[in-house]
Design a protein around this ligand. Structure first.
Ligand code: NZQ
Ligand code: ZN
Length: 387
């Protein structure tokens, strides 16, 4: 097993009715920026629950954080915080609102132009230079509620860029599984596939000595396969909702990544598809992931075979099981309502591979993946195979 440090200061407050605890979780006397998205919180009662729990606090509201949050929008919140001397941010929403708040938190006291946080991928580590924040999660998917990473889009350049740092963990996150009742089917499907792919990014590498991490990862995959198709149909079933929500958090709170190699190239390529065509994040992963495993078959086949045996009970020789495991993954994605070809999501795809390869080259991303052997020619093949 590789050496590791495990640091995760987020107080995860899980279960029905936990939104009430905001009154004690938010530091006493704080002036709060209540950040939210396009308004779903007004229709499903979450806004009222939050406001009721925060009676007595001074609150400034900031809505309109879009899915795949824009730098340009977030900078407006940065100005409000600076002008109004706000000292706590509460993100109420899905991954986009939470990620947006992470950016805002790091940008307010940033020494320089905050766009550098994105374009230079700076790590935000100094706790004295961030605005503390907490979250009320409304969409299980990204794990953003319990990690220190985020992804923000620069609208003007159509770039979707990841950043993070140890100062960007939420102080607390309230995860009430009943909030998923109002989610559209599409978002429920996205949540399952995003979390599933998060596990695969950290698991489908090569056989190693992180036996426990593998078993935890496999348990999350099994649970998502168990509850995913049914939670979409019955989001009010608490057993399904709670296991779905907890699986999403566990998939990307850092735990399964400790001491093991990881890949993340599916996400790096997928982010480009969102930036270019506005395809939902999870849907880009369903398009790219399986083809990445095909192109990188020789590197990944040992682990693909383990995955095939343990998750899908496949038999045969290593190559057969590994190949069939990819097919089973695609089948699961189809069950979860995903389309797995780019041509099903946009008509204008013929130059995508060249565009992405050029961008990666400009950024110096010339070798990705657990063995740094996803080179630009491989990226081109993966994207072309995804058409
Ligand atoms: O904006 P509102 O009106 O709230 O509506 C949202 C949005 O339209 C809606 N929604 C959320 N909760 C709802 C609800 N509708 C009804 N009832 C509820 N309870 O769902 C839509 C999508 O929301 P969004 O936050 O964009 O989805 P998601 O949580 O999937 O987040 C996606 C973003 O997270 C990034 C993605 O790249 C993307 O930008 N990621 C963040 C990661 C991280 N921080 O660790 C990792 C991920 O891999 C991912 O890259
Ligand atoms: Zn993701």
């Amino acid at each position: 097993m590789l050496n590791f440090e495990l640091y995760n200061p987020t107080n995860l407050v899980f279960g029905k009715g936990q939104i009430e605890k905001l009154s004690v979780l938010v530091p006493y006397g704080s002036k709060i920026l209540l950040a939210y998205g396009g308004g779903s919180i007004f229709k499903n009662g979450i806004y009222e629950q939050v406001k009721n729990a925060l009676t007595g606090f001074e609150i400034v509201e900031f809505g309109g954080i879009e899915p795949n949050p824009h730098f340009e929008t977030l900078m407006k919140a940065v100005e409000i915080i600076r002008e109004q001397k706000i000292d706590f941010i509460l993100a109420v929403g899905g991954g986009s609102v939470i990620d947006g708040v992470k950016f805002i938190s790091g940008a307010v006291q940033f020494d320089g132009d905050p766009i550098d946080i994105l374009q230079k991928r700076l790590l935000i580590k100094d706790l004295t230079k961030v605005i503390p924040f907490g979250t009320v999660l409304t969409l299980p998917a990204t794990g953003s509620e319990m990690n220190s990473g985020a992804v923000v889009t620069i609208e003007s350049t159509q770039e979707k860029l990841a950043f993070g740092g140890s100062a960007l963990f939420p102080q607390f996150s309230i995860c009430d599984p009943t909030v998923i009742a109002s989610l559209p089917v599409r978002q429920l499907q996205n949540g399952v596939v995003d979390a599933y792919t998060h596990v695969l990014e950290q698991y489908l590498t090569y056989p190693h000595e992180g036996y426990l991490q593998d078993r935890i990862a496999e348990s999350i995959l099994n649970t998502l396969i168990q509850v995913g198709p049914s939670v979409v149909k019955n989001p009010t079933d608490y057993a399904l909702a709670s296991n779905f929500m907890w699986s999403c958090t566990m998939a990307l709170n850092g735990l399964i990544q400790k001491g093991v190699p990881s890949d993340w190239a599916t996400h790096m390529i997928g982010h480009e598809l969102t930036a270019l065509y506005g395809i939902d994040h999870a849907r880009t992963l369903a398009i790219i992931g399986p083809n990445l495993y095909r192109v990188m078959f020789e590197t990944k086949k040992g682990k693909l075979a383990q995955y095939g045996k343990r998750i899908f009970n496949l038999t045969g020789n290593e190559d057969e099981i590994a190949n069939e495991a990819i097919n089973k993954t695609v089948e699961f994605f189809h069950t979860m309502g995903m389309q797995t070809n780019l041509s099903e999501c946009t008509e204008d795809y013929s130059k995508t591979a060249d565009f992405i390869v050029n961008r990666f080259e400009e950024r110096g991303w010339k070798a990705m993946g657990e063995k740094q052997n996803i080179t630009l020619d491989k990226v081109k093949s993966i994207v072309e195979m995804s058409y």
